[in-house]
Design a protein around this ligand. Structure first.
Ligand SMILES: CC(C)(COP(=O)(O)OP(=O)(O)OC[C@H]1O[C@@H](n2cnc3c(N)ncnc32)[C@H](O)[C@@H]1OP(=O)(O)O)[C@@H](O)C(=O)NCCC(=O)NCCS
Length: 167
């Protein structure tokens, strides 16, 4: 059965994950090229998961920034088999609803400038470009040299943000 057929029969259900984070490590790794960085933050914050049947098809992790009214989307991924079917957007929508109810007004996310597909995804989900951090992904910060994304060297980080509705 294809992922599309499964999804047509069984809408993804999104809820807070309360199991051990290591169970989601493979999904986290889809979005993080540095094992050292991932070790440092995998247990932080809260995680939403999208379940299809008994399978976890995608996740996102949200953490506090330490600044009032602000949160950061730290890591997210949809299993390759379930990508481009609306699950990523559904996870973001669920997060926006959760945070807006908590009076959070700004949601930040950072990604590689090289990740053209991700830049499209986040902008289609309502995020706008905010700032660039040059040389954020280096050996000193735990990223092996020579990683190419869409043929572009992994080097600079771009921050995006989305203003959240006030309820
Ligand atoms: C980025 C990611 C989470 C998107 O999840 P998804 O479930 O595939 O996304 P959706 O189906 O909800 O797509 C929402 C919108 O983004 C667009 N989009 C999603 N993936 C895209 C891609 N690879 N290239 C271009 N556009 C893309 C969709 O076309 C859709 O736009 P539309 O309304 O114009 O059709 C998923 O591709 C992924 O897990 N990637 C690998 C891990 C990763 O890079 N995570 C982000 C790290 S910063």
């Amino acid at each position: 059965m294809t992922a599309e057929t499964i999804l047509a029969a069984d809408e993804p259900r999104i809820d807070l994950f309360d199991g051990p984070r290591q169970e989601l490590r493979t999904l986290f790794e889809e979005a993080e090229d540095s094992a050292a960085q991932l070790d440092g933050y995998i247990k932080e914050g809260r995680v939403l998961v999208a379940r299809v049947g008994t399978e976890i098809a995608g996740h996102l992790q949200v953490v506090d920034t330490g600044r009032p009214g602000e949160a950061e989307l730290k890591n997210m991924a949809v299993h390759p088999r379930y990508q481009r079917l609306g699950i990523g957007r559904a996870l973001i929508d669920a997060l926006v609803n959760l945070l807006a109810a908590e009076r959070v007004t700004t949601l930040l996310v950072a990604t590689a400038t090289a990740g053209i597909d991700n830049l499209r995804f986040y902008q289609r989900c309502g995020f706008r470009l905010r700032s660039i951090e040059r040389d954020a992904f280096t050996a000193a910060t735990g990223y092996p040299p020579g990683i190419l994304i869409d043929g572009i060297e992994l080097r600079d980080r771009v921050w995006l943000d989305r203003e959240l509705p006030t309820l």
